[in-house]
Write a protein that binds this ligand. Structure first.
Ligand code: DAH
Length: 342
């Protein structure tokens, strides 16, 4: 190539500097690098043609050409650094987080009121030294009824509105069969509670087909009705407040003799009589009694040597009384406005 001169190189140099400065992105700059310094660039071609120049021009043009190339490379490098800085700054600005802003509150659940109440009941009896045991929800007729002294055709059976699986298998209608299962397997002394789900074909403001009970059983030498009363008095005070009193009313259950229903003095009116307690001053909280010797007969415990008491309470009922819930169905509708209050 003839006629390569310093002005040619100077022109390329000046154009390059200008273009590098106006590049707005790294991609644009990369295009310019290829255009000015790439293998097919004008400058590269010119430099390659230097050997074709007349002998006396070569050193000078060569020196100048290499200077232009180096300068352009430096200018490109510094433009690249500027653009990188700018792009980093833009990215940081876009992703900026104000770490002083308060966090978004994460909704936290809590235990359902029935579960809370079951644990409260459990804690009280565990504090008295009782064990917590469980039994199956699908029960035999034998454990649910017969060994609890409900012979076949016993009228009390019909009070239970039982869900039957088949002739001898059913959904337990109360937690009392756990008493039988434990006594079958363990010798006295026994101090235990058995919380769990129970089932009856029943559904209205005070009944749901599934509900919860906590059963209690004590079997030891010399256990009396006074022990039962003292235990339940302690329970009522811990559950409903130290001012509460209890009273025992005679009742009938097939598996206890004598049997009682236990009332607690009304927490709404302190026993004065109000709408909650229907003016009586008392609220029924559970059934209880001394273990019937016939039940001991089924499980092979000698009633001459041992005696015991038992009790059973509805967890929903306890929760309703303690927390002033008036409709049992609220527990199972899962309306968060209700659940969040507890
Ligand atoms: N199982 C009875 C029921 O569901 C409650 C009950 C009463 C349990 C007296 C007992 C008891 O252990 O002694 O209605």
């Amino acid at each position: 190539m003839q006629g390569l001169t310093r002005p040619d190189l100077k022109q390329i140099y000046e154009r390059g500097l200008r273009d590098f400065e106006t590049a707005r992105t790294l991609a644009e700059l990369e295009d310019l690098r290829v255009r000015y310094l790439g293998r097919k660039a004008e400058l590269t071609n010119l430099l390659r043609s230097i050997p074709e120049l007349p002998q006396q021009e070569r050193p000078e043009v060569g020196r100048f050409g290499n200077l232009v190339k180096r300068e352009l490379e430096q200018a490109l490098e510094s433009a690249r650094k500027d653009l990188e800085q700018a792009e980093l700054a833009k990215g940081l600005e876009k992703d900026r987080v104000d770490v002083t802003l308060p966090g978004r509150p994460w909704p936290l659940g809590h235990l359902h009121l029935i579960e809370q109440t079951r644990r409260e009941i459990e804690d009280i009896f565990v504090g008295l030294g009782y064990d917590v045991v469980q039994g199956p929800e699908i029960e035999t007729d034998y454990h649910n009824f017969e060994a609890l002294n409900h012979p076949e055709d016993h009228p009390a059976r019909s009070l239970h509105d039982t869900f039957f699986v088949d002739e001898t298998i059913l959904l337990r209608t109360h937690t009392s069969p756990v008493q039988v299962r434990v006594m079958e397997q363990q010798p006295p002394p026994l101090y235990l509670i058995a919380p769990g789900k129970t089932y009856r074909r029943d559904s209205d403001a005070t009944h749901t087909p599934m509900f919860h009970q906590v059963e209690g059983l004590v079997v030891d030498r010399g256990v009396t009705l006074a022990d039962l009363k003292g235990t339940l008095d302690t329970f009522a005070k811990k559950m409903f407040g130290e001012e509460r009193q209890i009273r025992l009313r005679p009742h009938y259950f097939p598996f206890t003799e004598p049997s009682v229903e236990v009332d607690v003095s009304c927490m709404a009116c302190n026993g004065q009589g109000c709408r909650l307690c229907k003016r009586s001053g008392w609220l029924e909280i559970l059934g209880a009694g001394m273990v019937d010797p016939n039940v001991f007969g089924f499980v092979g415990i000698d009633p001459e040597e041992y005696s015991g008491f038992a009790f059973g309470m509805g967890v929903e009922r306890i929760a309703m009384l303690k927390y002033g819930v008036t409709d049992l169905r609220l527990f199972y509708e899962n309306d968060l406005r209700f659940l969040r209050q507890f």
